[in-house]
Design a protein around this ligand. Sequence first.
Ligand SMILES: [Zn+2]
Length: 152
Amino acid sequence: MIDMINAKDLLVTAYDEARLGLAEGGIPIGAALFDADGNLLGRGHNRRVQAADPSLHAETDAFRNAGRRRDYRDTIMVTTLSPCWYCSGLVRQFNIGAVIVGEAKTFHGGHEWLAEHGVSIIVLDDPGCIEMMEKFIAERPELWNEDIGVAE
Ligand SMILES: [Zn+2]
């Protein structure tokens, strides 16, 4: 369904969304939903800070922006960072067939759990995504801890 080269192409959209979020003063996580042919269905980024909404994660934002579909089995969720439990739950709830993860080094979410349940997972270990998150976590630890639900 997807190979590594295609996966890297698809990641560009999610990465651009993350940069947009960073420029807005938010948490730099971006996502995009594609169909099996690589057509963009929806894109978005974490807007917890911008919208004062803790449920506005990147994957959720992209999913909402894609509008309604009858079936998500052939869709691909691309995200710059390993999906948290909330977004991993969204992937399972709607039966999204594949998830491309920019990186899982700075945060280890539910991608292995998704793989165990039949979701195709590609972890790219993308240096650009890692660098962006490492820099953000170092500069804004309070925002980051709030986002992942860790008390300081
Ligand atoms: Zn999430």
